[in-house]
Structure formats: structure tokens, C-alpha cells
Design a protein around this ligand. Structure first.
Ligand code: GDP
Length: 297
């Protein structure tokens, strides 16, 4: 099977750095992409940071389906993990983040107060996949203006503490993936949203898979944006050609320039031109009920 492999050397270094620094922090805040919370949750980071309290931020929630984000929030909460939805490009998100951290770590803060450790700041390691919006998030929470924020995955940065205020320090870490994705869908979803470099995967294949997924989940969005019938669903190549033809992306002989159409489609998805879409839903209660029934038999 074709798997997307993306694990350059600096990511191994980052994992080692995290392993070393984990004992110096009070909790781990993992930034997820609200459109793909499962695929953007790094199992390597979970493994390395096990034993510390975990918090999750569903970032880019302004691009995700609001109803599905609500379901994800309920899902994480029912699993006992602190979680908030976030649009890091919006100002004034520091209060919500501090609220999440203070609520989740209230017992720890209480213990510290009782021991007279009044001045000790809460230290939070901030982790996430490349391009998930970690720099933007940290800048917004710490009210920083500077620091890197670009739409390019894989830019290396060193270990860096950022002080939010007297009570809270954030440890910034470079965005990383993991050596091998569990299934093809994970790799695809990471590629759709721009977490793996585009060079890793063929543009047309990427666009075909994206079109198939969206034709199944959001047929109206596809029809509205490209005026193509969604009954072509399941046939990525035909959808790609139809979209390209609608846009007039033709080469000699009236053939569709599928390469150009593919780049346009993926670009428009990333720029949220199709509306607010989520590619992954949490396991439904019904699924769990089915599971329970099977268990009883
Ligand atoms: P990093 O690689 O994780 O540090 O990601 P960056 O902070 O550099 O952000 C990657 C891209 O996502 C940039 O183009 C940001 O402007 C954009 N971005 C970050 N957070 C959000 C968000 O909450 N919503 C939207 N729409 N875009 C975001």
C-alpha cells in the first residue's frame, strides 16, 4: 500500500527534546486541527508525555463545521480531557486559554498554594503537528507580535520558553509528525490540510481523494462552488475533470488540465472557499451502542 512517509531528522531531535523537557512541565497542551482532530493527534507525543495532564485545543475552528466541533468538544470532555475550540487568528484568546489551564490544573495550583509556593508559574509544553497554528496560537495567547508564522510546514525552531504573565509560561516546540501513519486516511487528511509537504504526494491523487470525501460528506458545498452534480460521488477523477472544465482549465484538444485543477481544488479547500467543513467526526453514541450489544452476545 502507498503510505506517506514524512519524518525528517529534526523531528527525531524534537521528540528527544520533549522526552527530556517533560519532567520540567506541569502539563502538555496539544494543538489539534479542528477539521481533523483524530489525524492531527500525534500518538508519539501522547506516548512520550503520558503521565502528565493533557489539554487539547481544537484550532482553526473557524474553518471547521461548528456542529461537528461541538460534538468533538463533548467527546473530549466525556473522555475526561480538557478541551476548547479556538480561532487563533482572532484577538483576545488568552483568557479562554488561561481559563482552560487554570480549571484543569486547579488541584495542582491548590497544592502549591498550600505549600507556600505562591510565585511558581504553571509551565505548559505546547505541542502539535506542523502548520497546525502553534506559532499563531502562542503569539495570540502571549500577546506577542513577532515570531514566525508562515504557511509552510517543517520550519525548524529551537526550544523556547514564552512568558504569558507571572502565572503562566509556555514551552514552544517545533511541529512534528510521526514515523508511520496507522492508515491511508490519516496520511491523506494530513495532506489535505497542509500538515505534510505537498511534494510528498501527487497533486491529482490528493485532489481526487478530497473530492470523493467531500462529495460523500458535503455534496451541497461541492455543487454550490463548482456547479457540478454530486451524483458523481465516489468517482474522484470524474469530479476533478468536471471541476476543471467548469473553470475552463483546458489544454489542447479540449482536454482538462487536471494538474492545474487539482492544485486549484486543494488550494481552495485550504482557504476555506467551500465553507466550514470537517473531515472527521467523533465516534457516535449509536456506534458505541452497537458495540455494547455485540459485546453482550
Ligand atoms: P505552526 O507551523 O504550527 O507554528 O503554524 P503557524 O502558526 O505558522 O500557522 C500556519 C498557518 O495557519 C498560517 O497561515 C496561519 O495564519 C494559519 N492559522 C493559524 N491558526 C489559525 C486559525 O485558528 N484559523 C485559521 N483560519 N488559520 C490559522
Amino acid at each position: 500500500s502507498r503510505q506517506i512517509q514524512w519524518f525528517p531528522g529534526h523531528m527525531t531531535k524534537t521528540l528527544r527534546l520533549m522526552e527530556k523537557e517533560i519532567r520540567n512541565v506541569d502539563c502538555v497542551l496539544q494543538i489539534l486541527d479542528a477539521r481533523i482532530p483524530l489525524s492531527s493527534l500525534n500518538p508519539e507525543i501522547e506516548r512520550i508525555t503520558a503521565g502528565k495532564p493533557h489539554l487539547y485545543v481544537l484550532n482553526k475552528s473557524d474553518l471547521a463545521d461548528p456542529e461537528i466541533t461541538r460534538q468533538w468538544l463533548a467527546y473530549f470532555k466525556s473522555a475526561g480531557a480538557g478541551c476548547i475550540a479556538m480561532d487563533s487568528k482572532q484577538r483576545g484568546r488568552a483568557t479562554a486559554t488561561k481559563g482552560l489551564i487554570e480549571k484543569e490544573l486547579s488541584a495542582l495550583m491548590e497544592r502549591r498554594r498550600n505549600r507556600g509556593m505562591v510565585g511558581a508559574a504553571i509551565r505548559v509544553m505546547v505541542v502539535g503537528i506542523p502548520n497546525v497554528g502553534k506559532s499563531t496560537f502562542i503569539n495570540q495567547v502571549a500577546k506577542r507580535k513577532s515570531a514566525k508564522a508562515g504557511n509552510r510546514p517543517g520550519v525548524t525552531r529551537g526550544r523556547q520558553w514564552v512568558s504569558v504573565d507571572a502565572g503562566l509560561d509556555l514551552l514552544d516546540t517545533p511541529g512534528i509528525l510521526w514515523p508511520k501513519f496507522e492508515d491511508e486516511a490519516t496520511g491523506l487528511h494530513l495532506a489535505f490540510t497542509g500538515a505534510v509537504k505537498d511534494e510528498v504526494m501527487d497533486a491529482e491523487t490528493l485532489a481526487c481523494r478530497l473530492l470523493e470525501l467531500l462529495a460523500a460528506r458535503y455534496p451541497n458545498a461541492l455543487e454550490q462552488r463548482y456547479q457540478i452534480p454530486a451524483d458523481l460521488s465516489g468517482q474522484g477523477w470524474e469530479l476533478l475533470e468536471a471541476c476543471g472544465r467548469k473553470r475552463g482549465f483546458l489544454i489542447s484538444g479540449g482536454e482538462v488540465d487536471t494538474e492545474r485543477a487539482a492544485k486549484m481544488l486543494v488550494g481552495e479547500f485550504r482557504a476555506s472557499k467551500w465553507g466550514r467543513l470537517s473531515l472527521e467526526r467523533p465516534p457516535q453514541r449509536d456506534d458505541m451502542a452497537d458495540f455494547a450489544e455485540e459485546d453482550e452476545e
